[in-house]
Design a protein around this ligand. Sequence first.
Ligand SMILES: NC(=O)c1ccc[n+]([C@@H]2O[C@H](COP(=O)([O-])OP(=O)(O)OC[C@H]3O[C@@H](n4cnc5c(N)ncnc54)[C@H](OP(=O)(O)O)[C@@H]3O)[C@@H](O)[C@H]2O)c1
Length: 328
Amino acid sequence: MRAVVHTRYGPPEVLEVREVEKPAPVGDQVLIRVHAATVHTGDCEIRRFQIMPFFWIPLRLLWGVRQPRGTKILGQEVSGVVQAVGENVSRFKPGDEVIATTGMGMAGYSEFVCLPEKRAMARKPSNVSFAEAAVIPVAGQNALHFLREADIQPGQQVLIYGSSGSIGTLAVQLAKHMGAAVTAVCSTGKIELVRSLGADHIVDYTREDFSEQGRVYDVVFDTIGKSAFSKTMRVIKEGGAYIQANPSVADMLRGPLAARRQNKRVILSFAGNSSDDLAYLTGLVERGDLKLIVDRTYPLEEAVEAHRYADEGHKRGNIVLTTVADAG
Ligand SMILES: NC(=O)c1ccc[n+]([C@@H]2O[C@H](COP(=O)([O-])OP(=O)(O)OC[C@H]3O[C@@H](n4cnc5c(N)ncnc54)[C@H](OP(=O)(O)O)[C@@H]3O)[C@@H](O)[C@H]2O)c1
């Protein structure tokens, strides 16, 4: 089968399409014919191995110390069609259209991927393309996880920082769905996109600083790790929460202390791996309550170009690699 492998850490050009062995499902494994896989910012960070110090050693040990160990294939989430299942699989059968996270082993940038049934896996929503469906699992679970941790209540003021990215585009909509009044922070060129997702107020960070507008929030959700810690804490109400999906080491160290002193919560945690959450998200998509934003799609052969674009850091929602012509 064809897959995008990388045998060195570095720029997009380290990626190459190669023929690799097709996996076969055993036991609780599901073999998926991949139609689409996202190119996440996290994939680019692993490709060039630009990882925050806290995760550097464990990830380097997992992925390969001097260079990627063996045949390493990026790709944290996929959509596709079940081709075969192991003897212990009960939830899926050949022909089912599914979405799934691939976990730390990744391997989504390929024609086939073999995953344990217990991984977050759900039926693909029938009203969207494979390319659109592929953007749900990782960003969707992260957005849902963090907003639930913050215990958003109807009428609360919630600010989403990084509202035009993978997590952000879903977080804006999920916070609205939970009944919050949403302020979204984005650049000038993304204002219409973010407005179309339902944001009540928009702050263009290239012109204004949300922390200097005299407004306060019950929850600030920084999806991209670019908000200034102290200034942000000042605009969160007492008892409110600061969600950091991508915290710096400094913020991880000072967060809990500052939270206790100021009677605010700093939420630093990891989204789990939940098929139930995926099913909840796909239900929202099928009811038309969640729009999936795909900026560009590239065929697998153009993974280098896809990563070059991702490295620019300005995508609208998501970038998707496709392995079949009609993936969307
Ligand atoms: N994606 C996931 O599911 C996931 C899960 C866990 C952790 N993470 C980590 O979270 C980080 C990125 O999250 P993501 O994938 O959701 O983001 P992303 O899609 O990479 O975010 C890119 C978006 O952020 C906007 N942006 C850039 N600078 C900004 C700023 N200063 N203020 C507001 N918006 C800005 C960009 O548009 P403009 O440049 O036009 O502003 C672009 O639309 C990565 O480090 C990743 O490893 C991601």
